[in-house]
Ligand binder design. Structure first.
Ligand code: IMP
Ligand code: MG
Length: 184
């Protein structure tokens, strides 16, 4: 029973169950496979938050893929990012590739904006973005997201790879974190 997990106590409620997530990931995989048919896709996982979604998504995509990893972190701890983005971990050649950036969640859009610019400047043939969750109301950067799992309200969510202070990433579902956990 998922509710018996210790970390479940810190959630006000579950937003997406394991079953709902699996069904949605399958749909996104089909959509990407259709849209990008005929290409070889180079999927870039943005660590650490996207790792769970990434592993599921690459198996839901039916066209050939290659994979790579990068990191993007905003300066400043806690729930709010400061806007300055630090990119790292590039370990693959970018030139000429059809890149699909895979991110856990888009909030202000600063991280994805910086990532897209970085990969475009290094000569990618194309750069598309897939984010599992989208907090549309929080967007300040002008960046287009090509594939989205769910648009969500402005609430802090954890699980399915997403963390708060490095906790909760292993929860198989996505839940809303109780305010009292981060407003201490
Ligand atoms: P952005 O650069 O403001 O779009 O921030 C995106 C990053 O902020 C994501 O990759 C997450 O690491 C983090 N983030 C934003 N909202 C949440 C949330 O509700 N839960 C967990 N991480 C979040
Ligand atoms: Mg992240």
């Amino acid at each position: 029973m998922q509710e018996l997990r210790e970390e479940y106590r810190d959630l006000s409620r579950i937003l997406f169950t394991q079953e709902e997530i699996a069904a949605r990931v399958k749909e996104i995989g089909e959509e990407i496979s259709r849209t990008c048919a005929g290409q070889e896709l180079f999927m870039v996982c943005i660590l650490k938050g996207a790792c769970v979604f990434f592993a599921d998504l690459m198996r839901a995509i039916t066209i050939p893929v290659r994979i790579g990893f990068m990191s993007a972190s905003s300066y400043g701890a806690g729930v709010f990012s400061s806007g300055e983005v630090k990119l790292g971990g590039l370990s693959f050649p970018v030139e000429g590739k059809n890149i699909l950036i895979v991110e856990d969640i888009i909030d202000t859009g600063n991280s994805l904006c910086a990532l897209k610019r970085f990969l475009t400047e290094r000569g990618a043939a194309s750069v598309k973005i897939c984010a599992f969750l989208d907090k549309e109301s929080r967007r300040t950067a002008d960046v287009a997201v090509d594939f989205v799992g769910y648009a969500i309200e402005d609430e802090f969510v954890v699980g399915y790879g997403l963390d708060y202070a490095e906790r909760y990433r292993g929860l198989p579902y996505i839940g809303i974190l109780k305010r009292e956990v981060y407003e201490k």
